[in-house]
Design a binder for this molecule. Structure first.
Ligand SMILES: [Cu+2]
Length: 227
């Protein structure tokens, strides 16, 4: 295929608008986070029924090189590269690694994910999001977790093209955590599966955020769990 200069410049501009979530705190890229399919293209998942909506893994079954030790109740910063450059909500989900698996080996399948953070927009002349432009997003690791290994799933849903089904763009990754110091009383009311938690026609996924400007927002997935 022959690319004109104009096409190449346009492609570069579009790619720049995309992003990945490759690291936590001050770690190296893809050290504790499983390498995602878009690690070079930065492109999104658009099919919520695809297995890629779970952790967007380039090499399922491989795992990240290392598992990150964190203390329950502490804030972890999940980093975007280069930044969250589209409007839409951030969310975080966590799932405990079952017996017989490790954070490096477990695939995260089944009804195992609980939401621990959900960003909501500000409403006004336009719908705005505090994550817009963020390079790092803080999330508190619940203080009541039991000790053990977990997968932490970061997700940003870009809604700039979400007015037609399949138009919303999902940017996500999964970090491998080893949690200690928790009280052990964590008992989430709701656990969901990926894929399964979302539908392309959920009101928080199929939405025109520009006109008419929404006055409310219903995020997809379950309610946020707390200790
Ligand atoms: Cu983009």
């Amino acid at each position: 295929m022959k690319l004109t200069l104009a096409t190449a410049v346009l492609a570069a501009a579009v790619a720049e608008a995309h992003y990945t979530f490759p690291s936590v705190d001050s770690s190296a890229d893809w050290q504790y986070v499983r390498t995602t399919t878009n690690y070079q293209s930065n492109g999104p998942v658009t099919d919520v029924t695809s297995d890629q909506i779970r952790c967007y893994e380039r090499d399922p079954g491989t795992g990240a090189p290392e598992t990150y030790a964190v203390t329950a109740g502490k804030v972890l910063n999940y980093n975007a590269k280069a930044s969250v450059s589209h409007p839409g909500p951030m969310a975080f989900y966590i799932a405990k690694v079952p017996e017989g698996e490790t954070a490096a080996t477990w695939d995260g399948s089944g009804q195992v994910w609980s939401k621990i953070y959900q960003e909501m927009p500000q409403f006004g002349a336009s719908m705005t999001w505090s994550s817009d432009g963020a390079k790092s997003i803080p999330v508190t690791i619940p203080s009541c977790l039991s000790d053990g290994e977990y997968l932490l799933r970061v997700e940003h849903i870009a809604l700039h093209s979400a007015g037609s089904a399949g138009g919303a763009q999902f940017y996500l990754s999964c970090a491998q955590l080893s949690v200690s110091g928790g009280s052990g009383t964590w008992s989430p009311k709701s656990k969901v599966a990926f894929p399964g938690a979302y539908s392309a026609t959920d009101p928080g996924i199929l939405i025109n955020i520009y006109y008419p400007v929404p006055t409310s927002y219903t995020p997809p997935g379950p309610a946020v769990e707390s200790c």
